[in-house]
Design a protein around this ligand. Structure first.
Ligand code: DC
Length: 226
């Protein structure tokens, strides 16, 4: 069957990665979590006290960062490695979420990440989720999905996820973080979050995980059989 590129963009915490992982599994495609790359770069910057307002510091730091994804054989999920260290778990912390939008707004950081993302899509058969995948990384992708969900639903989902790791977290902290990230992500100068003109909107506020998968699979079928 013809292999295509599927892009999934949208607001923070609307379930993009859940859908992307399921689609990749169902179609035997590669899944790439582009947000994980920005999170890993943020982790590196924080650990190494990189002054990210300074162009030269950013450039030097990026030259020392190698990112790749590898499959965890036990779970079947792809995980991100930074300089050969598995950082998949560390990058999900709220400390990273608080800074990642600032780091992801830096032009050099985006050039660095986008070049690698495009390479990963050369053979097609890929599902990539993020904020600018359908607009900047793969503007020619065959299927572009733009995901959204009610704010309250998104806060609740992300709260549950973070609370499982850290019971001290409050719903207010999660809500503030989501609002801040959505604002920065959609207002930055370089590659802001926006819906591609040819994207299909998927509002999953009232959909089950299976319903949204079936909906997306039917779109894939339409595109592949066209
Ligand atoms: O999808 P996520 O929440 O893991 O993404 C983390 C941050 O990275 C998000 O707040 C914005 C940024 N990001 C981006 O700017 N472009 C992408 N393609 C993916 C993520």
């Amino acid at each position: 069957m013809k292999k295509i590129i599927i892009t999934i963009d949208g607001w923070s915490s609307c379930g993009k990665s859940t859908l992307a992982k399921q689609l990749a599994k169902a179609l035997h495609y590669v899944y790439v979590d582009s947000g994980a790359m920005y999170r890993a770069i943020t982790l590196y910057f924080l650990r190494n006290n990189v002054d990210w307002k300074n162009d030269k510091s950013v450039k030097d730091a990026l030259a020392d960062i190698e990112l790749h994804f590898a499959t965890n054989e036990a779970t079947g999920q792809t995980e991100i490695y930074m300089n050969d260290e598995n950082v998949e778990y560390l990058i999900r912390d709220l400390i990273i979420a608080e800074k990642v939008s600032e780091v992801a707004a830096i032009k050099e950081v985006r050039v660095f990440a986008v070049a690698q993302q495009r390479k990963m899509g050369e053979k097609k058969g890929i599902v990539m989720d993020g904020r600018d995948i359908g607009t900047v990384v793969f503007p020619g992708a065959e299927l572009k999905i733009f995901m959204t969900a009610d704010n309250a639903v998104r806060v609740e989902r992300r709260f549950k996820e973070l609370y499982a790791k850290n019971p001290n977290i409050t719903i207010e902290e999660v809500k503030n973080n989501l609002e801040m990230r959505d604002y920065i992500d959609s207002h930055r100068e370089v590659s802001p979050l926006r819906q591609a003109e040819d994207a299909i909107v998927l509002d999953n506020s009232n959909l089950t995980i299976d319903e949204q998968l079936q909906q997306a699979l039917s779109w894939v079928k339409d595109v592949v059989e066209k």
